[in-house]
Design a protein around this ligand. Structure first.
Ligand SMILES: *[C@@H]1O[C@H](CO)[C@@H](O)[C@H](O)[C@H]1NC(C)=O
Ligand SMILES: *[C@@H]1O[C@H](CO)[C@@H](O)[C@H](O)[C@H]1NC(C)=O
Ligand SMILES: *[C@@H]1O[C@H](CO)[C@@H](O)[C@H](O)[C@H]1NC(C)=O
Length: 282
């Protein structure tokens, strides 16, 4: 299926196929990647640990994934040889923490975005701060040099940006091209800072997931009297995705040892919407 294709693309591009060891995976982002961090946050914002979430998950468990079953990052992790995504950072006890930090950790938090002002859950800045702690715990155990070695072979998945677009659109609606470009440039500049932070902490292999055609989300369509996708919002998404590609290309050609792959959920979702019958076959 579509998600499997994305996973395969990542695995091929990042060159981990055929290796005998499963590389550690560290995951950042929003509800497309959260596997339960938000369960541990106070209040009721952006939670999914109740039915019908999880009805197709093993034992029909509502884990906090914003999904009926496994989510996108679970499928990518599976393709890499993991059972599913590593556990949410906030779920660790001291014992499980030390067992897991060498295999991978999921820091993603539904509702978050690239900007600190987006959402009220774990911002990307906070997620990176948590990873920085994990890095220091790894180097405390094995030393700085070995920590660098381990992290340089790990995969860093980042799936974010959609909520920033929703928030901007909710506030300003469709704006002219100049204003839209200005906003996308702000997002990209913040995204760049986050990627550099990860690089400086030892990350080298990046799997970036673009934003889908967010203007076609059911909740967004229901706000349109015609029920159609909101094309103005999709235009934000396209522009953001293009700018992300340029950013990652620039960084990969500037920073030593950095590699990246980008998965286009925009294309995947568009194809599914164009050919829904393709899915029924499986
Ligand atoms: C947590 O685990 C580590 C390693 O197993 C140990 O050195 C440390 O003392 C533990 N800390 C607490 C607060 O239990
Ligand atoms: C991980 O490292 C941080 C910062 O060095 C330290 O405060 C914390 O106790 C460590 N966590 C565990 C579980 O060992
Ligand atoms: C775009 O919108 C901004 C804010 O409303 C306005 O100041 C600017 O003149 C507009 N630019 C063009 C090219 O229409």
């Amino acid at each position: 299926m579509a998600l499997k294709i994305i996973s395969l693309v990542f695995v091929l591009l990042l060159g981990v196929v055929g290796g005998s060891t499963v590389p550690p995976v560290y995951i950042f982002g929003d509800s497309t990647a959260d596997v339960g961090n938000n369960n541990f946050l106070p209040g009721n914002t952006a939670k999914a640990n109740f039915p019908h979430n999880g009805i197709d998950f093993p034992h029909q468990k509502a884990t906090g994934r914003f999904s009926n079953g496994f989510n996108g990052v679970d499928f990518i992790a599976k393709t890499m040889g993991h059972l599913r995504s590593p556990p949410p950072f906030l779920s660790f006890t001291n014992t499980t923490f030390h067992k897991h930090i060498f295999k991978g950790v999921n820091f993603a938090s539904g509702g978050s975005g690239i900007l600190d002002s987006t959402g009220s859950t774990l911002t990307m800045r906070m997620q990176l701060k948590h990873f920085s702690t994990v890095r220091s715990n790894i180097s405390a155990r094995v030393g700085e040099k070995a920590a660098d070695e381990i992290l340089s072979k790990s995969i860093f998945i980042v799936s974010t940006g959609g909520n920033d677009l929703f928030a901007f659109f909710a506030q300003f609606g469709p704006v002219n091209t100049t204003e839209r470009e200005k906003f996308v440039a702000t997002l990209i500049s913040n995204y760049e800072d986050h990627i550099k932070t990860l690089y400086n902490l030892g990350a080298r292999k990046f799997a970036i997931i673009g934003v889908p055609n967010v203007g076609c989300c059911p909740s967004i369509r229901s706000s349109n009297p015609t029920g159609d996708c909101i094309n103005d919002l999709n235009a934000y998404a396209s522009e953001f995705n293009e700018a992300t590609k340029s950013l990652m290309h620039k960084l990969s050609s500037t920073y030593k040892g950095m590699k990246h792959a980008i998965g286009s959920t925009y294309e995947v979702v568009s194809n599914i919407m164009k050919n829904p019958h393709e899915l029924v076959r499986g």
